[in-house]
Write a protein that binds this ligand. Sequence first.
Ligand SMILES: [Zn+2]
Ligand SMILES: [Zn+2]
Length: 141
Amino acid sequence: MSTSETPSLSCVKCNSILDRATFEGLEVDLCPRCGGLWLDRGEITRAARLPEAELMRLRSLLTDVGGPPPVPTDSSVPCPACDGSLSEVVLGSVHVDYCGKCHGIFLDRGELEEALVAVRGRDKAASLQQMVAAAASAAPA
Ligand SMILES: [Zn+2]
Ligand SMILES: [Zn+2]
């Protein structure tokens, strides 16, 4: 195919074709059946910075699905975006499926909020470290 569009991904949990939705230029793939969310590398950080109105829209897309709740993956599953495989990692208080090869993550329905909190907390810690470093370097020699 000559199209440059990324092919549709299928859901890690229920195999449905993921829908693509855009929030202020941030393109995410979400499952219309189980409410799962696939985020490419770095997208969780961008999602954490979205305005509240856009996050509300994302939340409603994820929670309005009527399908069965996702089943936990007990072993490693193939990555929907590359030929790597997903393994469980802890992000804040939730376990998310993470691809060590393309660094994408898959969030089950309901995991987004916790993941955003974790990412925002890390952002805060990072800027605090930068502040400390800046303060230290500004000190007279
Ligand atoms: Zn699904
Ligand atoms: Zn991958």
